[in-house]
Design a protein around this ligand. Structure first.
Ligand SMILES: [Zn+2]
Length: 263
C-alpha cells in the first residue's frame, strides 16, 4: 500500500489545496502555451495541433442509418448494414463524430483522466454536428451515468461534461437524474463482447424521481466512446422500460470497421 494512502485530509484543508492548485494552474496557463491534447506539442488556442487535427477521422455519409457505421461505398439512401439487421440495438439510431483511433483515443483520455475539461466544448461542437438530425427531434440529453463511487473518485463524469457542451451548442437540455447506475460494474476495457453485455446487465435504472424526465420523451444518450455498444444498449433498455418514446445515441468516437451492407 502506498504510504499515506489512508490519511484523511480534513475537508476545509482539501478545499484550500484544491483552490491553490487551481490558482497555480491558472498562472501556468498564462505563462505557458496550451498543449496539443494528443501529442503534447504547444498549440495556439485549445485542442489539437495542425498535424493531429489532420489525422482525426470524421465520420460522414454514407453510413448505416441505424448504427452510423461508415460504408466503404454508397449503397443508396436508407440502406442498413448487415450488423443492424442481424442484431438490431434497443436504441433507434447512433451517430459518432469521429472514428476511434490513436488521435481520438488521446483526446478521450485527456478528457477522462487528464483533467482536460477544457476540451469538452470542442468535442461537444463536433458531436453536435454529427448529431444534428437527432438533436433536431430530441427533447433531452441523458449522459451515461457513473456509479457514485467512481464519480467520487474521478470527481467528474466525462459524459455529463460532453452532454453539457452539446446542450450549450444545440439548445437541447440535459436531463440529469433521468438514469441511474445502480450496480458498480467492472471496467469494460479488456472484456469480450459477451462479457461486456453481462457486466452491464441490470446496471442502469430510471429512478422514481427521474420518471417525469423520461416518460413519453425523445431522448439522446451521450457517451464518450462506443465500443461494443453494451453499455449504451443497457442504458437504452432502461430508458425504454422507463417509458421513453425514443432513444438515440450520440458519442464522440466509435469503433468503426467498415459496415457490410445488406446487399
Ligand atoms: Zn498534436
Amino acid at each position: 500500500m502506498a504510504f499515506g494512502a489512508t490519511i484523511a485530509v480534513p475537508r476545509p484543508l482539501r478545499r484550500a489545496a484544491g483552490a491553490a492548485g487551481q490558482a497555480l494552474r491558472a498562472a501556468l496557463d498564462l505563462a505557458l502555451p496550451p498543449l496539443c491534447a494528443a501529442c503534447r506539442e504547444p498549440v495556439h488556442g485549445t485542442g489539437l495541433c495542425a498535424a493531429c487535427w489532420s489525422k482525426l477521422s470524421f465520420i460522414s455519409r454514407p453510413y448505416c442509418e441505424r448504427l452510423g457505421i461508415p460504408f466503404v461505398y454508397d449503397p443508396g439512401p436508407g440502406i442498413l448494414s448487415m450488423e443492424a439487421i442481424a442484431d438490431p440495438p434497443a436504441y433507434n439510431r447512433a451517430r459518432a463524430a469521429v472514428r476511434f483511433d490513436e488521435v481520438s483515443r488521446a483526446l478521450v483520455h485527456a478528457l477522462k483522466y487528464g483533467d482536460r475539461l477544457d476540451l469538452a466544448p470542442l468535442l461537444g461542437r463536433w458531436i453536435g454536428q454529427a448529431g444534428r438530425e437527432l438533436l433536431a427531434e430530441a427533447d433531452a440529453l441523458v449522459p451515461v451515468p457513473l456509479h457514485w463511487r467512481r464519480l467520487w473518485a474521478r470527481r467528474f463524469n466525462q459524459s455529463a461534461q460532453l452532454a453539457a457542451a452539446i446542450a450549450t451548442e444545440s439548445g437541447v437540455p440535459v436531463a440529469p437524474g433521468a438514469l441511474k447506475r445502480v450496480k458498480a460494474t467492472a471496467q469494460q476495457v479488456g472484456l469480450s463482447r459477451a462479457a461486456r453485455a453481462s457486466n452491464v446487465q441490470g446496471a442502469f435504472r430510471v429512478p422514481e424521481t427521474g420518471k417525469a424526465l423520461v416518460t413519453g420523451r425523445r431522448l439522446i444518450l451521450i457517451d464518450d466512446v462506443l465500443t461494443s455498444g453494451a453499455t449504451l444498449e443497457a442504458c437504452a433498455r432502461a430508458l425504454l422500460r422507463g417509458g421513453a418514446a425514443n432513444v438515440d445515441v450520440l458519442v464522440f468516437a466509435r469503433v468503426a470497421d467498415p459496415a457490410r451492407t445488406s446487399i
